[in-house]
Design a protein around this ligand. Structure first.
Ligand code: FCB
Length: 460
């Protein structure tokens, strides 16, 4: 199954092969050239917040090594790249005067990508809110909505002559709930009501920013990257089935339904009644997505339980896991993509993140990572099957280009297809990177042999 020559013809012509990164996880340069602090600069300094005690102050030092990193992508044959802009790098106070030196960094980076035949997909918010805005309430305050929209307008004006593909937000569910209910992400708040309110402000911010981007750049394509997973009941018991529906409502439908013009799901409004009473603001709301970005890592198995959702996640017996403890389940990936198409029919879809952490080792100057190769091959296979079933998938961004600062895990979890040696900042392409290079090359050579179902998908 991991044979690139067999896989490549099952992906449509024009397919985008990329990797994804996020500013805080790779850039470093945390106070370089006038950048303001973000909530992750603050949070990573809270004792105990990061398992390894690290910060992202240096990370992969991409802020200084971007040219080399673009070369690396080009050497893999990638024709797309998903990056995020650090809001406090370009607006140190969140609003007000832009930082020209910060903007110049992204300007140069975009030029270099295009010069190497790599199409930039830009995420505006991948979790590094300016600390100055947190001090005014952050995502819990409605003030963030116009601030985000102004920021989006600034970036669309600065880069939109060359960048056509935008994602407003990365994983609003994680922003809202990991950041404001579980408290394991910045800003480290632990309150369900606050978290639900944050999720609402995120959706309003998406709408406001999408409008601003389109007004500034009528040819822009605006999407969002959601973390989505099938939620399956742990048993045949009706109580577990109900719990799985609630989990699906929490994780998937709470964001998808409003983005596709249906308002918040009624069952969830009912469940959230003690915490939330503002749903009507989304009446008549439609995310008008040009594409849906899907971040997929694993499925969720659910049984009746506690907390506001009265549901608990369980780890199925005998499951296969990656080094971060997430179950490997490619069949759920196909199921998710097909369901999204059936229930929401997005115009286009991209896999905006998929990948795996493993405990890589360097032997004879090489990183052989067969588990990651198998993971990627099985997930690309699942995606190709979904394409044959009519899913309008147009590209795939592997998480991630190079090992980087994995949030509360610090640098202890390695997701890269390129190895990062942090003390020297040397990059080494792993065997999985070589596998990706072969897949991309095979795709380039394979178009003449594509099957009729793939051809049909291409025409759709
Ligand atoms: C996703 C994040 C990304 C990375 C991967 C492993 O939830 O969007 O930044 O941390 O998980």
């Amino acid at each position: 199954m991991s044979d690139p020559a067999a896989l490549a013809p099952r992906l449509p012509a024009g397919f985008l092969f990329g990797t994804a990164t996020a500013a805080y996880q790779i850039e470093g340069g945390h106070d370089a050239d006038g950048k303001g602090p973000s909530i992750w600069d603050t949070f990573s300094r809270v004792p105990g917040a990061i398992a390894t005690g690290e910060t992202g102050d240096t990370a992969c030092d991409h802020y200084h090594r971007w040219r080399e990193d673009v070369k690396l992508m080009a050497s893999l044959g990638c024709n797309a790249y998903r990056l995020s802009v650090s809001w406090p790098r370009v607006l140190p106070n969140g609003i007000g005067r832009p930082n020209d030196r910060g903007l110049a960094f992204y300007d140069r980076l975009v030029d270099e990508l295009l010069a190497n035949g790599i199409r930039p997909f830009v995420t505006l918010y991948h979790w590094d809110l300016p600390q100055a805005l947190q001090e005014r309430g952050g995502w819990a305050s409605p003030l963030v909505v116009p601030a985000f929209s102004l920021y989006a307008g600034l970036i669309a004006a600065a880069l939109g002559d060359r960048v056509k593909d935008w994602m407003t937000l990365n994983e609003p569910e994680v922003v809202a709930f990991a950041g404001h209910y579980v408290g394991v992400h910045a800003p480290g708040i632990r309150d369900f009501k606050t978290a639900v309110g944050v999720s609402h402000h995120l959706l309003l911010a998406h709408r406001a920013a999408a409008k601003t981007i389109r007004a500034a750049r009528p040819d822009a394509r605006v999407g969002i990257a959601l973390n989505l997973s099938p939620c399956d009941p742990a048993s045949d018991a009706a109580a577990d089935a109900d719990a799985a529906v609630r989990m699906d409502g929490y994780l998937n439908r709470w964001f998808l339904d409003p983005l596709f013009g249906r308002g918040y799901p009624k069952d969830m409004l009912e469940l959230y009644r003690p915490y939330f009473d503002q749903g009507h603001e989304l009446d008549g709301y439609d995310g008008a997505l040009d594409f849906l970005g899907v971040n997929y890592y694993s499925r969720r198995i659910v049984r009746a339980g506690g907390g506001p959702l009265r549901a608990d996640r369980v780890d199925p017996e005998g499951a296969e896991h990656t080094a971060i403890g997430w179950e490997v389940h490619p069949a759920s990936f196909r199921k998710l993509l097909v369901r999204l198409q059936r229930d929401y029919a997005p115009r286009h879809m991209y896999v905006t993140e998929n990948g795996a952490a493993y405990d890589d080792v360097i032997v004879d100057d090489r990183v052989d990572d067969p588990a990651r190769v198998a993971f990627l091959a099985r997930h690309f296979d699942a995606a190709a099957t979904a394409v044959a079933e009519g899913v309008p998938l147009r590209g795939y961004f592997i998480w991630t280009l190079m090992d980087n600062f994995e949030w509360s895990h610090g640098t202890s979890k390695r997701f890269g297809i390129v190895h990062t040696d942090y003390p020297t900042q040397r990059r080494r392409v792993k065997a999985s990177g070589d596998w990706y290079r072969r897949l991309i090359a095979a795709h380039r050579g394979a178009r003449s042999t594509a099957s009729p179902s793939v051809r049909r998908a291409e025409r759709a």
